[in-house]
Write a protein that binds this ligand. Sequence first.
Ligand code: GCO
Length: 435
Amino acid sequence: MGFPKDFLWGSASAAFQIEGAYNEDGKGLGIWDALSEGHIRLGATGNVACDHYHRYKEDVAIMKELGLKSYRFSISWPRVIPKEGVINEKGLAFYKDLVKELTEAGIEPMVTLFHWNLPMWMHEKGGWLNPQVADYFAEYAKVVVTALSDKVKYWMTINEPQLFAGAGYVDGGHAPFLKMPAMFGKITRNIMLAHGKAVKVIRENALLTPMVGMAPTGSAVIPKSDSAEDLEQARFETYEGDGPNGNAWWADPICLGILPEGLKKEISAEDLKIIHQPLDFYGFNIYTAQNFWTQDPKQNPALYDGMPRTGFDWAIKPESIYYAAKFHYERYGLPIIITENGMSNPDFVMLDGKVHDPQRIDYIHRYLLQLKRAVDEGVKVIGYQYWSILDNMEWTEGYERRFGLVHVDYQTLKRTIKDSGYFYAEVIKTNGENL
Ligand code: GCO
């Protein structure tokens, strides 16, 4: 059967990770700008990053050369709303120019409204701990939708609540680096309300009929075998295995209007009416299998020393994308968009001036074969966004983890398309027939 003819082949990024210009043209500071000193490898910052803010035309030209059909990027909330109630027109103008450049290049812009860099003014009002954050987020969403929805059709409200809520407010590994596990239920409620209110704002204000979703993490447990019993066990663990912060914790209220036990005391029936908004696709980010994040063979006997891993030490498990697409489609009944998938690799420009990355080519090839397997079995997959278009600022890891189809020399900011970029261009050109 193969991938549908209008499949949204694309690549993804996030504002803080590529834009730079952290304090330029009226942009306010976000928590990753202002609070991450001492938390990022080698003292790196996102102040310059890939300087995409100034080089976006060059970057879109590269995307066009690769033949991307779509491009998923995020809007910097502190760039657009630098202070409470203040709209930064120059910040909005950047995104209008970027969207214009993309559409003129024949590339579908896909916007993520929140990808972790919360404005400091909101953080100082309690951030995701403050129930009012949902209304502030809805106001921000309205400003962005009003500015961009004449050309933007695809919207994702929030990226990976599991990570920014879990790492940012429970284990303290991500900005704002807090450890408040007792507040996790309240934070979950506020994030879900923000999502629901933003979906309503998009539907009420978008000029182009919108396609709306989210971009949670969305990995799956790979079954021990394909027996019905093992498949059912893997499906159960995929949703219940991670407990609070697992797939069911976040997606069941949002997609099904069903509350997991741990949220019943936090979220009222009224709240749920706001949270459970109709969505047009189920987007999710996936890199490996849920049962392969551990490196302890006692927790997963299928693990073994020396198994294929990425530069981030993540197990390479292509079947994870098949099971995740299959399970999530069966459970939520929505068309699937892989909003992130990719691998980091210690890439560098070689003597011939090229970046040879056979590992990434093999990774993409294997994962797309597994995604095609799901498609051939009837799972409605409508898009795939490779993470990431450019090497970029990998949060607390700084610039050491290179995920890009395009290499960035951080001393000169020179871009070099990697071999994997040309491989992916051929996948897009043949609509996956070359796999
Ligand atoms: C995430 C974020 C991205 C990361 C990517 C690689 O999923 O953690 O969406 O910003 O950079 O996933 O870790």
